[in-house]
Each structure stands twice: as structure tokens, then as C-alpha cells.
Design a protein around this ligand. Structure first.
Ligand code: NAD
Length: 478
């Protein structure tokens, strides 16, 4: 279904994020027929380019980063017809008049701030000064949204001077993943799971986001954040909220976000003994973390594992184990809900003890598994085995489903539709910082340093101990 005609201005249109994610995502939506003929995409950045030069950049970005095989409703050339460019200085006056002259009244206006957060304020101010933003305009902002509570509050306050909360779309691309939305469909669209979704039946929950890459070219940026700020405060926190929240009364933006906020507010402080931080070491041909970030005294973590408790009626007594890191053994992200064992086994001790595990895979192969216990086939008596009831979305959705839409496709179209459900509200972001700040401050005042781990492993030994101590083990990263 096509969305209403729109003008989407991408500030930072020549940048890495625009080229890798935003523009290819828009191309795919164009291919699937979602963009009306009048809709336009206007790149706005500091480089002095002509429209044709920018179109060339867009064509190259599509050639390099678009994974979709074919385009049903047009060609790259037809898409490029929709593209315009203005050389704009976020901090000066250059280009603003030209940009404002390009805007066509009466259609949806969205401004994507794909630039450093220090430019959010100047951009918002100039959009208003030049009369480009009206009560229905939307702005999209990227992470990082602050580096602590104070800076996040300041950013929220700056944006609030010019835009209402209902106009601000804070992207966390994890929320745009098909499986993450399916998590809500599975929880609240079935009778099967919700009655068991509590500490009486769930032993514990594991959330893992494992990467095989190191810090790459982002060393300097990464070292100022570390895994806690770069991954836990936003992405893992969002996953935790969706898995732990109470059923919202409706699938509407504020109903969902109110429930997520309650989860964050119910999080206990985390004792130092319940956190393990790591930095990857060197291997043959590859340098260690400190070399990669060019800081011999680097104290940020490229790995973190923690045990988190949610103090509310539903979850008291069920720990959540979170883990994320770079240079681990496989690129794999999943949420696993590990149910308790049956209270009694009628099959005797030799049948072993078994339990159901619901796994929500974010990558690779987005999908879900439910491990159930069945009888081992054959004449060997009543021996039990655990087998997965597997639902890989590509299979479940048929040929069209082979291309699971990229998170950015979904999220950008939601901006145009005016649906904020999958975007973070300002108070959520602040609550998440309010929880992470004391943890980070604790490391700084105590002078804690991350422990080293072997690249290609599952992380530091201490992380294994963290969960073994509770008589549990991590799921294998594969
Ligand atoms: P980048 O450095 O590649 O691009 C920056 C863009 O901003 C360029 O188009 C540049 O022309 C423009 N710009 C810089 N100063 C400007 C000014 N004064 N006026 C107008 N335009 C100006 O950055 P990026 O990697 O594309 O990241 C953009 C934002 O998205 C950052 O906030 C970053 O933290 C965030 N982000 C990036 C990624 C990623 O994968 N690259 C992922 C998540 C979030």
C-alpha cells in the first residue's frame, strides 16, 4: 500500500549511514511500490555537489549496499528521478533558502538528522527559522542519543524547543527488525505463551548480541562509549523491555511505550559482582582492542555480560542475563526464554530432565524456535529428546518472505505514516540512562578495568563464571 506523498530531507545524505542504510532502504520501498510518484528524497549535506553528482552517489550506494534482487515497479534510474540535493550548512546560513524553496506545501514532511548529535539543535532551530517545519512535520534522530542522563536531557530539551514529542522519531533499528515485532505478535496474539510468561514458569532469559567484527574504523568513537553505552543502554534495553513488558491495552505508540518505561523503572541497580567487562586481545595478524582504538590506556569494554533483575510482580526471581561483544565466535543475536523443568518426571531419572526453550533469532536467519520434548523415535523405550519446532521467516512467508525487509525500510515508512510505536520516547531514553549512569560511574570511581578475552571465543572466562554461579549456562554462540 503506497504511503502518502512525502518530502524526505536527509541531513547528512552523503554520510556513511545514509549510503549504507537509509538510501538502499528507500530504494527497496520504491521497488515495492510504496512511494507515490510525487514523493521525493532530498539529500542535504555539507559537500558542494550538483544534483547529478549526488544522484551518482545514490546509484553507487544502491549498487554496493542493496541486497534486494529485483525491482518490480521501476529501475534505479526511475528512483534517481525522485532525488534532489542541496548543499546546506547546519551551523550557518548557506543553502537554507534553496532547501526551503524546494519544499512543496501540502505533503508529509520528514527531516532525517543523519548527522552528529551536536548538529541536532542547530538543524531544528534553522528548520523553524526558515519556516520549513509545521505542526505535522517529523524529525528522525539517530543514536547515540546522549552519553549519559545529563546529555540526553539536554538533547531532549533542545529538540523540545522546536518540536513536540509526537513529531520526534528516535530510531533504534533493533525495533524495526521483523522478529522483534513478531515477538509482540507471538506474545500478545497467542493464548499459548502469555499465561506462562512469568517467574512461575520461566527459569531465566538470555539476550545475546554477538559480533565477529572488532571496532573497525570507528575506534575513537567506540572507545568513548564502550559496549554499555553503544549496545546495552539502547538495543539490549529495548529487547529487554519488549520481552518483559506487561501487555499494553492497545497496539498504539503510547500504550506500548508506557509499558516499556515501567520495565526500565523496575530494573534493580546492578552490583559490580553481576557484571563482567572484557576487551579483546590480540591474535596473529590482528591487534588487540587498545591498539585498535589507538589508546594504550583504553578502559572501555568491547564485551559486557550482566545479570539483571526486574523487581515487579511478574519477574521477581527470574534473572535476565544480557551479553554483547565484539570479536566473538559468531555473528549471532537472539533472545532465549528458558522455561522451568516440569515439576516431576513420570519417565524416571534415566529419561533426564528437559525444558522448553523459546528462541527468538534476530540474526542470522531471523525466526523463532521452540524446543519441545518428545520421545526419541524407535523401539528403544521411552527415551526423551528435545527437538526444535522451527519457524524461519523466509520459509514461513513464502517466496516474498525470502527478502526479510530491512529494519530501516519499516521504520522510515512508519515515520511517513506517523506511527511512533517502534520509536523510543524521550522519557524511555532518559530512564535507560538513569539506570546505566551509576553503573558506569561505579567503574570510573573504582578504576575498574575490563579483563582480556581471546578473539573468536565466547568472551572472558569470568562471564562463564557469572552464570555458572547460578547453576546455569550460556547458550552457545553460533
Ligand atoms: P558521516 O561522518 O559518514 O556523515 C556525516 C554527514 O553529515 C555527511 O553527509 C556530512 O556532509 C554531514 N555534515 C557534517 N557537518 C555538517 C554541517 N555542518 N552541515 C550539514 N551537513 C553536515 O556520519 P555517519 O556515519 O553517516 O553518521 C551520522 C549519524 O548517525 C551520527 O550521529 C552517527 O552517530 C549515527 N549513526 C551512524 C551509524 C553508522 O553505521 N554509520 C549507525 C548508527 C548511528
Amino acid at each position: 500500500i503506497p504511503v502518502d506523498p512525502f518530502d524526505l530531507v536527509i541531513f547528512g545524505g552523503t554520510g556513511d549511514l545514509a549510503r549504507r542504510k537509509i538510501l538502499p532502504a528507500l530504494f527497496r520501498r520504491f521497488c515495492s511500490g510504496q512511494m507515490e510518484d510525487e514523493s521525493r528524497i532530498i539529500g542535504a549535506a555539507r559537500s558542494d555537489l550538483t544534483r547529478d553528482e549526488f544522484r551518482q552517489i545514490v546509484a553507487e550506494a544502491i549498487a554496493e549496499f542493496n541486497t534486494s534482487k529485483d525491482c518490480e515497479t521501476g529501475t534505479v534510474e526511475a528512483f534517481l528521478e525522485r532525488i534532489d540535493y542541496v548543499n546546506v550548512d547546519a551551523k550557518g546560513e548557506d543553502g537554507w533558502k534553496e532547501l526551503s524553496d524546494l519544499m512543496i506545501p501540502g505533503r508529509v514532511r520528514a527531516f532525517y538528522f543523519s548527522v552528529a548529535p551536536s548538529l541536532f539543535g542547530p538543524l531544528a532551530e534553522r528548520l523553524h527559522a526558515h519556516g520549513m517545519a509545521d505542526a505535522d512535520s517529523r524529525i528522525v534522530v539517530e543514536k547515540p542519543f546522549g552519553r549519559d542522563l545529563e546529555t540526553a536531557r539536554a538533547l531532549n530539551a533542545t529538540l523540545a524547543q522546536h518540536f513536540d514529542e509526537s513529531q520526534i522519531y528516535r530510531i533504534d533499528h533493533y525495533l524495526g527488525k521483523e522478529t522483534v515485532q513478531n515477538l509482540m505478535a507471538v506474545r500478545f496474539g497467542n493464548m499459548l505463551f502469555e499465561p506462562l510468561w512469568n517467574s512461575q514458569y520461566v527459569d531465566h532469559i538470555q539476550i545475546t548480541v554477538a559480533e565477529t567484527v572488532g571496532v573497525g574504523g570507528r575506534g575513537e568513537y567506540y572507545d568513548r562509549s564502550g559496549a554499555m553505552r553503544d549496545m546495552v543502554q539502547n538495543h539490549l534495553m529495548q529487547l529487554l523491555c519488549l520481552i518483559a513488558m506487561e501487555p499494553p491495552a492497545k497496539f498504539d505508540p503510547d500504550a506500548v511505550r508506557d509499558e516499556k518505561l515501567k520495565v526500565i523503572r523496575a530494573l534493580d541497580d546492578v552490583e559490580p559482582a553481576n557484571i563482567v567487562r572484557g576487551q579483546y586481545g590480540a591474535t596473529k595478524g590482528a591487534q588487540d582492542y587498545a591498539h585498535d582504538v589507538e589508546n594504550p590506556r583504553a578502559t572501555s569494554e568491547s564485551f559486557i555480560a550482566m545479570r539483571v533483575n526486574i523487581s515487579n510482580w511478574r519477574w521477581a526471581g527470574t534473572p535476565f542475563y544480557l551479553r554483547t561483544g565484539k570479536k566473538l565466535k559468531a555473528r549471532s543475536s537472539e533472545i532465549a526464554v528458558i522455561f522451568k523443568e516440569t515439576p516431576h518426571s513420570i519417565f524416571g531419572a534415566e529419561a533426564g530432565r528437559h525444558r522448553n526453550i523459546l528462541t527468538i533469532r534476530l540474526q542470522p536467519n531471523e525466526g523463532m524456535d521452540l524446543d519441545v520434548t518428545i520421545k526419541e523415535p524407535g523401539p528403544g523405550g521411552m527415551r526423551l529428546i528435545d527437538v526444535p519446532l522451527d519457524m524461519t521467516f523466509a520459509e514461513a512467508l513464502g517466496p516474498e518472505g525470502e527478502d526479510v525487509p530491512d529494519a530501516y525500510e519499516r521504520l522510515i515508512m512508519d515515520v511517513i505514516r506517523g506511527n511512533q510505536t517502534l520509536f523510543m520516547r524521550g522519557d524511555e531514553v532518559e530512564a535507560a540512562w538513569a539506570w546505566t549512569d551509576p553503573i558506569i560511574e561505579g567503574w570510573e570511581t573504582r578504576g575498574d578495568r575490563p579483563v582480556s578475552y581471546e578473539p573468536g571465543s565466547s568472551g572472558p572466562e569470568d562471564a562463564l563464571v557469572l552464570i555458572h554461579r547460578d547453576g546455569r549456562r550460556w547458550r552457545e554462540i553460533r
